[in-house]
Design a protein around this ligand. Structure first.
Ligand SMILES: Nc1nc2c(ncn2[C@@H]2O[C@H](COP(=O)(O)OP(=O)(O)O)[C@@H](O)[C@H]2O)c(=O)[nH]1
Ligand SMILES: [Mg+2]
Length: 197
């Protein structure tokens, strides 16, 4: 059985970029599969097929046709079918399932994934952690992405982290930027613990 990892969060927060970076870091160690969700296109899957040095049949784009959260939480049929196809054809160690970008209340069904990340970015505003969206509160790992942009959007990362801490209780979170790739190691470490569990 594959370890299935969901990646949710608003449009543009960096979900596809994180999958791209994780795949490049992990593809030699693990057999991987990727499912992306877009509403009317397979844009993210097409991008990853072009950019990644990975058999393109390991990347499936699901066109949800409606609200992104519907396909990851309410009726997971389309995504479950894509995951099953990857499991049958490749027996991946890990399958990443990227949700179409959604509002702060989106969560994954644990019928579809074993664990999920929720990705927000600092350019969307420092107040997001205080707004207590369900994804942000309940996800297994919160990623606050694009920390490199903080000075340009007047975000104080120290006080943003305090808000994250207060709302996440003891659940894990990381601050990340693709300009500092070493931050990815925290996600890789988190994944390898889950893989061994
Ligand atoms: N400055 C900055 N830009 C980023 C970072 N991560 C992603 N991006 C950019 O943000 C945009 C949206 O990223 P994408 O991964 O497509 O977001 P998604 O809609 O959540 O999948 C792209 O132009 C990325 O290059 C980051 O850490 N810093
Ligand atoms: Mg994307």
């Amino acid at each position: 059985m594959s370890l299935k990892i969901g990646i949710a969060g608003p449009v543009g927060s960096g979900k596809t970029s994180i999958i791209e970076q994780l795949t490049n870091a992990l593809k030699n160690e693990y057999s991987l599969g990727i499912v992306t969700n877009d509403i009317y296109t397979t844009e993210d899957a097409n991008y990853l097929k072009k950019t990644l040095d990975l058999d393109e049949n390991r990347i499936i784009g699901v066109e949800t046709g409606g609200c992104p959260h519907t396909a990851i939480r309410d009726d997971i049929t389309m995504n479950a079918k894509a995951v099953e196809e990857l499991e049958t054809n490749f027996h991946p160690d890990i399958i990443f399932v990227e949700s179409g970008g959604d509002n702060l209340s989106a969560t994954f069904s644990y019928e579809l994934v074993d664990y999920y990340l929720y990705v927000i970015d600092v350019a969307q505003g420092a107040d997001i952690p205080r707004k207590k969206g369900a994804g942000l509160l309940f996800c297994d790992l919160l990623v606050v992405n694009k920390t490199d942009l903080a000075p340009y959007v007047n975000v104080n990362l120290t006080s943003m982290e305090e808000d994250v801490k207060a709302n996440r209780k003891n659940k894990p979170y990381i601050f990340l930027s693709n300009k500092k790739p070493e931050g990815l190691n925290e996600i890789i470490q988190w994944l390898s613990v889950l893989k061994e569990a």
